[in-house]
Structure formats: C-alpha cells, structure tokens
Design a protein around this ligand. Sequence first.
Ligand code: GLY
Ligand code: MN
Length: 480
Amino acid sequence: MQQQDGVRGLRSHDHQIPDAVAEVFRHGWADTGLSPRPLPGAAWAAKRRAALSERFPGERIVIPSGGIKTRSNDFDYAFRPHSAYIHLTAEQGTRAVPDSVLVFEPTGHGHEVTLFTRPRSPRDAGPHGAELYSDRRHGEFWVGRRRTLTETAGALGVEAVSRDHLERALAGGVPTRAVRGEDPVVDALVAPSALADTELLAFLAEQRLVKDAWEIEQVRAAVQHTVAGFHDVAAELPYAMRVERGERWVEGTFNRRARMEGYGLGFETIAAAGAHACVLHWMHNDGPVRDGELLLLDAGVEADSFYTGDVTRTLPVGGRFTDVQRRVYELVFAAQSAGIAALRPGAPYGAFHDAATRVIAEGLDAWGLRPGGDAVTHEPALYRRYTVCGTGHMLGLDCHDCAAARSETYAQGVLQEGHVLTVEPGLYFQADDLTIPQELRGIGVRIEDDFLITADGAECLSSGLPRGADDIEAWMGALR
Ligand code: GLY
Ligand code: MN
C-alpha cells in the first residue's frame, strides 16, 4: 500500500474532500465497457501455462506480477511485471496491472488458473469508492483506465477475480511453490521452501530458453526498433559533439526511439564516449562526445510485449577510425566473427565464447601483450584483464534472459534451434593500465549483435546495422 495520510489518502498538499463532494463523484458516469478481446499472444501463453501445470501436478503454483516500486515520496517508477508473469500471460505494456497474482490451483486432472488482480476503480459507494479520485497509485483518475474483470478474463483467457480474494485463495494446507520477493502478501502466506521455489524458478527460466514462433516475432521487432535507435544516434552525433554532455544527448536520442516504438528500454542505455567505454555498464552518461574519440553505445528497445533487443556499436565520433582505434576494432571484429561462426544447433553453449576469446588472445599475443609476463603459461582466460566479461548471453524478456536456468541447460548445455542470444566480445584498455602502451590506454571497443539459432546455423537479427570498420565509416559518411 502507498503510505497516505489522513482522510481518503490525502497528502499534505491536497485539499480535504467533504462527504458531500465525495457523494458527487458517485453518480453520472456512462458505461464505457469494452468487448473482451484476447491478447495477440494469449494462445501461446496458454500453452506455457499447460506445460507448467504438467510439470508440478498436485501442487499450488503462485506467480505474482510484482508491484510498483517507489521512486521517492509519492512518485513511482513505471511498472514492469516479473518476466515469468509476462511469459505466462502474454500481458502487454501499459495494460499490465501491478499486484496481480496468477494462481494455479491443483485439481484432479491438472490445475485451474485464476488471476487475482485489480479491476477498474468503482464509481459507486462500494468499499473502494474513494479509490477513483484519491488513490494516487491505483485510482483511475490518477493512473488511467484498467480492464474490468470480464475484460481481463477475455484478454488473458483465464478466470479473473479481485485481488481482495487472494488471501483466502492462498489458505489451506496445499503444497505450494511461489515466485518470492515480488508480492508481500504472497511472501507472508506461502511458507518458503528453498528447494521447491528454486526448482520452480529454474523451470520458469528454462521454459523460456527455446523461443516459440510468437516470441521470435517479438524479439525480431524489438531488435528492429533497437537498430532504428542506432540510426537515430548516428545522425545526431554532430549535435552531440557540440553540447557539454553529449553522452546524454545520445542517451536521450536512443531513449526517444525506445518510447516511440516500444514500452521503453530493456536496460539503461550505455552511452560511453572516450575512456568511459572501458566501464562495461557506463550509465552516468554525463561526459562529452569528442571528435577523434570512440563512442560505445550499448542499448536495447523493449517492445510493448516486453521482449528486448541488446546491441552494441563502437563508432568513431568524427566518422573515421584512427589507426590505433581501427587496430583494436578489427581485432574485436575478428573475435566476434569467430564467435558468430561457432553458432549452430548442437554446438556447446561455450563454443562461441571460446572461439572469440581465442582470437583475442592470439591477437594480443601478436601485439606483445602478455598479462602476467612471459613466465606464465598463456591461456585465453589470462587476457580477461582486457576483456573483463563473457562474450554473450541469452536474450528475450530479460536482457540477460533465463538467468535462473540450471547450468546443465544453459552455460554447460548445447545451443538449440529457437535460442536467441548475443555475441559481444570486447576489449577494454583502462586509462590507468600501465601494462599496455600509452596509445591503447582509454580505448574500449565492444561489438554486439543478436542471433536466432536456426535449424542449420544462426540468423543475425541486428543485421540492419553495419558491423565492419569500413562499413561503419561508409555509413557515417553517408549521414554527414
Ligand atoms: N547490454 C548490457 C549487457 O549485456 O550486459
Ligand atoms: Mn548484452
């Protein structure tokens, strides 16, 4: 609940609402009911619910959407439901209702699924009568129209009842598994079981490893919007060079595209110019964008379906790489190309990382860069000083998708048709690294594309952007 003071949730800057005024709110509203229509992904979500039901027979399963997170005082962050909840409902963007809970109640032959949610704010004198105009978090005059319960049932294809009945539904001695940490009522009423809840989380994550046809369409759209955002940024670089906080201009340019085309961002935009590119998740974005330096932009549009893209390009701000920048860029490009060539169904998941890392290690060795000196046996892992992180990850509803999957199905598993993942090697030469020549210090390069594993290889979903150094220069030249 939101912390509210005094009568009907009034804040210090609100006026009191006398009973006579409250009475006036209760009358004279037209019926604005909509005919229930299924969400575009509803049939796919039904299949996922059936698979979950089959995996845990005889047990109650509780999947909360999560609630609104406070930004400060009485302002909140935009609501984004838990990914497992999205996967099992196919809920869309601004229609998602905070504090909803999907409950799978075991029956003799499977489960009955009910959504406990918040219906429209009533316009009469019921128990929630004042919500309409005085509840800043849930009142429709504050946050907009929700669906009626009938509309919700029609949209999602599950029975929908008021969240007021949730406590009763979670009572009784039924063995229960829940996604925890998202809903205080669920956490209070469902006894934790570390093993059972971890198994549930792993199943929910592994269920998302192989994308179905509808999900592939969603990721494809998210990546296309992401590519459009990169084109916007490239066109804005001349202006970004002129303003003091050019990185913010870059961020804002990409973010405008994200809000135009999708729900928003899959993660905070990384707009890292100059040596900031050596900070993997540089999100301060408060630096200048200077001619002669590189700009590393790592960003993703989250579509209205909540699937996201995740792409990185490292661009020469003035349109041309210097010799040393190009040398670093081309080594990362060669590493990414080797990683991409290792993508095929049946390949160990780690193969693309190993292939990319080997190219980097051999390249750096040829430059005479040997972390630890000549005395140590040189294996690719040692070069982590300059590569820092892994070469990619699964992508989908989360940027780092399926994170709760077991190691044997993800990191130690094999690639399968329908997996979607990034390949994103990088080299990060810190400005204060005394083990490297001066000319390399402060250069950071990452190249990241998104791939769908197909029946016989991989399809690049982000091929709408140039990747090689010459193509990048030609593209930027054409924009000038
Ligand atoms: N794009 C951010 C990351 O993959 O970590
Ligand atoms: Mn990534």
